[in-house]
Design a binder for this molecule. Structure first.
Ligand code: GDP
Ligand code: GDP
Length: 437
């Protein structure tokens, strides 16, 4: 999620980089390697009152040897372009200089919040403040970057001007279900997302900057919020260069990794391909909830048994993801698209589910009684107890006598028993054995 941006503006030597360092503290900051950058730190992250934000020291971006007036005007312009709040640093000992007036003239053209900070005011702050109101801004807060005087007041004022909406979106982003849409080229991934976006009951906003190379789409529907994560296929085709194909694969894996739920699209006119199986396997490997979406159902020749037959085919060809619900849609006509949302809600809840230890052990005990664990060379697997250590995906650890005895087939049997009782629809379950002698 994009954080608000604070820019520091002012002529050389007023104390911008000193203030920058004070705001950033010991935090790691991004070093800009653009030529002409004289300082090593130009961008950094900071936090005040629980609000994270980025800081730009515009003084470090332009060539200090350039004409001062040019330089400060460029700084001001950059700040107005990039920042939510601008701190205009001046030197309280020098009073207002012509360069300061030039910056003020520029900054007054913008409607961004500007706070004037007369720096080096450690001796008599109040005295210094008065003069600088002449620059024409409502807020003047004298500070000392070096000594830290008044920087708390300055930060309060800065945070006060950050956009309100951003916080809201940020919270909603955190609370929303992240959905990745995956599948091989041409199955209809972009068509599906576009169809979802077309429905007017949705509030949609692009959230650029969420990650470096992806554009996430925030969707609000019936009081619930979702983020559709851009995987390679969701981008406009023209934007993907053939040569960038390999990056697009990385991007879809990234997208998958950042999601809770994956929608795997399959082309209903073509049946199941090896690539479909690979992607399904990948969602399982990454521990994501999965919904299989059979698309292009509008152009499939069908009678009332066709869907069931297709389902059966999926179950046979993709036995490892038998937990995934299957829906049939047409991304083109929009038919069936509605059904996807309740499925997303359902599998996301299962993916996040936690089962009390006592309940797990009741099921394990019953399962063991019904089908006793395998033994090897006279030694039988003993399961002392099991407990869920994690959700998303549900991960269970069983304490056992000997890992060598826990065969995959028996593991699958136990997983099935757990599913029968607890459901876990749409999500993989991870079952681990840990030796306890
Ligand atoms: P910049 O060019 O605007 O980034 O300014 P710097 O941060 O490099 O500071 C310029 C000079 O002013 C340095 O010698 C700092 O030590 C000094 N300076 C910065 N802040 C203060 C302050 O609050 N009080 C005093 N007395 N000197 C300061
Ligand atoms: P992507 O590569 O997975 O993003 O696939 P696109 O969304 O670009 O779709 C590929 C092609 O399939 C386009 O020509 C779409 O118009 C078509 N298409 C997508 N969904 C459907 C559908 O449900 N029915 C039909 N008939 N065509 C579809």
């Amino acid at each position: 999620m994009t954080k608000p941006v604070l820019a520091l503006v002012g002529r050389p030597n007023v104390g911008k980089s000193s203030l920058f360092n004070r705001l950033i503290g010991e935090r790691v900051s991004i070093v800009d390697d653009t030529p002409g950058v004289t300082r090593d730190r130009v961008y950094g992250e900071s936090e005040w009152s629980g609000r994270g934000f980025n800081v730009i020291d515009t003084g470090g971006i332009f060539d200090e040897n350039d004409n001062i007036l040019n330089q400060v005007v460029l700084q001001a312009q950059l700040a107005m372009e990039e920042a939510d709040v601008i701190v205009f640093v001046v030197d309280s000992r020098d009073g207002i200089t012509p360069a300061d007036e030039e910056v003020a003239l520029e900054l007054r053209k913008s409607n961004k919040a500007v706070i004037v900070a007369p720096n080096k005011s450690e001796d008599n702050p109040d005295l210094h403040a008065a003069e600088f109101y002449q620059l024409g801004f409502d807020k003047v807060i004298p500070i000392s970057a070096i000594h830290g005087a008044n920087t708390g007041d300055l930060l309060d004022e800065i945070v006060y001007h950050f956009p309100e909406l951003d916080t809201q979106v940020e919270d909603e982003y955190k609370d929303s279900i992240k959905v990745s849409v995956v599948g091989r080229p041409n199955v209809g991934k972009s068509s599906l997302v576009n169809n979802i976006l077309k429905q007017d009951r949705l509030i949609v906003s692009d959230m650029p900057g969420t990650t470096r190379d992806a554009i996430d789409t925030f969707v609000k529907r019936e009081e619930k919020s979702y983020v559709f994560i851009d995987t390679a296929g969701l981008r406009k085709k023209s934007r993907i260069d053939e040569k960038l194909e390999k990056y697009s694969v990385i991007r879809s894996i990234n997208g998958l990794e950042r999601s809770n739920v994956s929608l795997l699209l399959i082309d209903g006119t073509e049946g199941i391909s090896d690539q479909d199986k690979k992607i399904a396997w990948l969602t399982q490997e990454k521990g994501k909830a999965l919904i299989i979406v059979v698309n292009k159902w509008d152009i499939v020749d069908k009678d009332n048994k066709t869907a069931d037959k297709f389902k059966e085919k999926i179950r046979i060809e993709m036995p490892n993801v038998s937990y995934a619900p299957i829906v049939f849609i047409s991304a083109k006509t929009g038919r069936g698209v509605e059904k996807i949302f309740p499925e997303i809600e359902r599998v996301a809840a299962q993916h996040d589910k936690r089962i009390p230890t006592a309940d797990i052990n009741r099921v394990l005990e019953k399962a063991v009684n019904r089908t006793p664990p395998p033994s090897k060379k006279g030694k039988q697997l003993k399961i002392y107890y099991g407990t869920q250590v994690k959700s998303q995906p549900p991960t269970l650890v069983m304490f056992i006598n000997d890992s060598g005895l826990l065969k995959n087939s028996y593991k699958r049997y136990l997983q099935n028993q757990l599913r029968r009782v607890f459901g876990f629809e749409g999500t993989p379950i991870i079952l681990l054995g840990r030796e306890r002698k």
